[in-house]
Design a protein around this ligand. Structure first.
Ligand code: ZN
Length: 189
C-alpha cells in the first residue's frame, strides 16, 4: 500500500477527481471513478447510480438494500458506459477509483482494456472479502498494475463530506482541489 503523498502529481489529481465524482452518487455509498489516458486527460467519469431512465425521487430504495444492490450500476461500469456512449476508446487507460473494485467491475475494466487501477484501500464490509479476492485474481491474470493507496486517518468520514461540493459551479479544477483539501485535511496535496 502506498501513501497518497508518494503518488505522482497526476495520480493525486485524478484520484481527487474520482473523490469529487463520488459525491454525485445518489445513495449512502459514495463511489467515484475516473478513466484517464496516458496523455493525462480524463476520458470518462462514473459514480454509483441507478441505470439511465430509472429514478427514485422519493429515495424509496434507501430502505430496500437488496433491490438497490440489484439495480445499482457501479462507478467503474458507469465510467466505461459513458466512454462507450461517446465512442471514446478506453484501451490502455488508467482507472482511478475511490474504493477497491468488485469482481464484476474488475472484469469489465479488464475487458475494456484498462491496464492500470489506482484506488483507495477503503475499509469494506467483510461480506465483500471474497468478491475483492476475485477482483485481485482477475487483475493478476491480466497483469493489471493495481496501486492500493492508503486512506488518510478518518478518510471515510471526510470522503462523505465531499458531497457538499456536488453542485458548486462547472469549473472542475477548484472543486477537485476542494475535494482534495477536504479529503486530505491533515496532509494537503
Ligand atoms: Zn463494482
Amino acid at each position: 500500500m502506498i501513501d497518497f503523498k508518494n503518488l505522482s502529481p497526476i495520480d493525486q489529481k485524478m484520484l481527487g477527481a474520482a473523490c469529487h465524482f463520488s459525491g454525485w452518487s445518489h445513495y449512502r455509498v459514495k463511489v467515484g471513478c475516473v478513466l484517464a489516458n496516458h496523455g493525462k486527460s480524463i476520458l470518462a467519469t462514473g459514480h454509483n447510480d441507478l441505470p439511465l431512465g430509472v429514478e427514485d425521487p422519493e429515495g424509496a430504495l434507501d430502505h430496500q438494500r437488496e433491490m438497490r444492490r440489484m439495480l445499482m450500476q457501479h462507478a467503474e461500469a458507469n465510467a466505461i458506459s459513458q466512454a462507450a456512449r461517446h465512442g471514446i476508446a478506453t484501451q490502455g487507460a488508467t482507472a482511478y477509483v475511490t474504493h477497491p473494485c468488485c469482481a464484476q467491475c474488475a472484469g469489465q475494466l479488464v475487458c475494456a482494456g484498462v491496464q492500470r487501477v489506482v484506488h483507495f484501500n477503503m475499509r469494506m464490509h467483510p461480506s465483500w472479502n471474497k468478491n475483492l479476492e476475485l477482483s485481485q485474481f482477475i487483475f493478476s491474470k491480466n497483469n493489471i498494475e493495481c496501486v492500493s493507496v492508503k486512506p488518510q486517518p478518518n478518510a471515510y468520514t471526510k470522503h462523505r463530506r465531499i458531497q457538499r461540493f456536488d453542485a458548486k459551479g462547472t469549473n472542475m479544477e477548484p472543486m477537485v482541489q476542494a475535494a482534495l483539501d477536504v479529503f486530505f485535511e491533515n496532509e494537503p496535496a
